[in-house]
Ligand binder design. Structure first.
Ligand code: FAD
Length: 385
């Protein structure tokens, strides 16, 4: 598999770092559902999580395609970027819509690894796909917002210093769109914890540091409002294409890991006195998974090219996310099948990666909603909901 790749030096450096965190490391964490602190600390101190932060604020000022290359390599090495990928795209909300004072206050410290911005509080128990229906409120009280409500599936909340929170600042009235009256507020989680903020972990099928977050009269300084009050939904939306493209790059990395693993095993494993990879019943699913991965990779590259050129490529970002998530899950399934019974054994890492990559059919946006976006906004079909 010799495919011409962009950022060859950057990729090689990430590969070297990832080689220090082999399957045993991830297996042990997966068993206890614990956070890959050493891995994230090393990525942070090496500057990889700050590549998108402009140089003026202490980052590397690289384009999204560099971040995509980093995340793809992590996944292709068998690591799990889900532990820290959010910082790359949540930071964009602060960068694009924050005031100069907010950027000066937070971005250099995020770039230096003194602060983690890993938590993104949008989904609620009664509103996932239907974001505008969220119920968490932020009521203005003098120089503060008073926050009440609940978020769910807030990944990494226990391992983050800051949270980008979407809350309702204007009650819904007749004639108002559901997506109006929402605002983005930066929550300093460390000072909030125990003072109106409670975090409860949720055990899930993979180790993703999932939590529920409860707000009970949490007081947050009004100066933590990002951008204009009431425009929060738009600010969150503008970050979503970057998020989708980066997750798609991770899925391409996952697919490469599964394809490599299956190819190696198919060459080595002998059954009936010959390698199983000699059977077309084993070869073809690998070749098909490879083809689908390459097609998804092309779409990711197209989305990245457009994004880096200053476009906001909703069509390509969504298609890249869907194709790549499908390619990685197909490759995962193929990899288990190629390994026979051993595919289910913890020691082979395949079942863990299988569980991890399954998430991307649902989060951060489910396949149905991508298809619905394409149907309505690209093909001009009637809105279905
Ligand atoms: C491990 C994990 C980590 C996550 N991390 C975060 C995070 O850090 N921050 C955050 O805010 N959120 C996070 N999420 C939430 C994630 O974005 C949502 O789960 C996702 O958007 C789907 O929302 P939902 O779970 O409420 O599903 P629902 O909205 O209840 O939808 C259920 C199903 O119905 C389908 N559906 C709904 N409406 C339609 C329609 N009109 N047409 C066709 N199908 C439809 C959906 O596609 C889905 O398959 C995470 C989720 C998981 C599982």
């Amino acid at each position: 598999m010799s495919v011409e790749q962009d950022y060859p030096e950057l990729r090689e450096a990430v590969q070297k770092l990832c080689a220090k965190y082999p399957g045993e490391y991830w297996r042990a964490l997966d068993r206890d559902m614990s956070y890959p602190k050493e891995f994230v600390d090393e990525l942070t101190s090496s500057g990889w999580l700050a590549v998108l932060i402009p140089e003026d604020y202490g980052g590397a000022g690289l384009p999204l395609s560099a971040a995509a290359a980093i995340l793809e390599e992590m996944q292709a090495a068998g690591c799990n970027g889900g532990a820290c990928h959010a910082q790359m795209y949540t930071m964009g909300t602060l960068l694009r819509h924050g005031s100069e004072a907010q950027k000066q206050q937070y971005l250099p410290r995020i770039a230096a690894g003194e602060l983690r911005l890993q938590a993104f509080g949008v989904t609620e128990p009664s509103s996932g796909t239907d974001t505008g229906a969220l119920r968490t409120t932020a009521r203005r009280d003098g120089e503060h917002f008073i926050i009440n409500g609940q978020k769910i599936w807030t990944s990494r909340a226990e391992h983050s210093d800051l949270m980008i929170l979407l809350a309702r600042t204007t009650p819904l009235k007749e004639g108002m769109k559901k997506t109006q009256g929402l605002s983005v507020i930066l929550v300093d989680m460390k000072t909030a914890l125990g003072n109106g903020l409670t975090i409860r972990p949720i055990r899930t099928m993979m180790n993703h540091s999932s939590t529920e977050v409860f707000f009970d009269n949490l007081k947050v300084p009004a100066e933590n409002l990002i951008g204009e009050e009431g425009n929060g939904f738009r600010y969150i939306l503008t970050g979503m294409n970057a998020e989708r493209i980066l997750i798609a790059a991770e899925c391409v990395g996952d697919a490469k890991w599964f394809i490599n693993k299956a190819t190696s095993y198919a060459k080595e494993r002998e059954v009936f006195g010959r390698p199983i990879g000699q059977n077309q019943g084993i070869q073809f699913p690998i070749a098909k998974a490879y083809t689908n991965m390459r097609a998804a990779e092309l779409m990711v590259k197209d989305a990245l090219r457009r994004y880096d050129a200053g476009e906001n490529p909703g069509e390509e970002a969504n298609m890249a996310k869907m194709l790549a998530a499908d390619a990685s899950f197909e490759a995962a399934n193929m990899c288990i099948q190629t390994h026979g019974g051993f595919g289910f054994a913890e020691d082979y890492d395949i079942e863990r990666k299988f569980r991890e990559t399954r998430l991307y059919q649902t989060a951060p946006i489910s396949t149905n909603l991508i298809l619905s976006y394409l149907s309505e906004h690209i093909l001009g079909l009637p809105r279905s909901y």
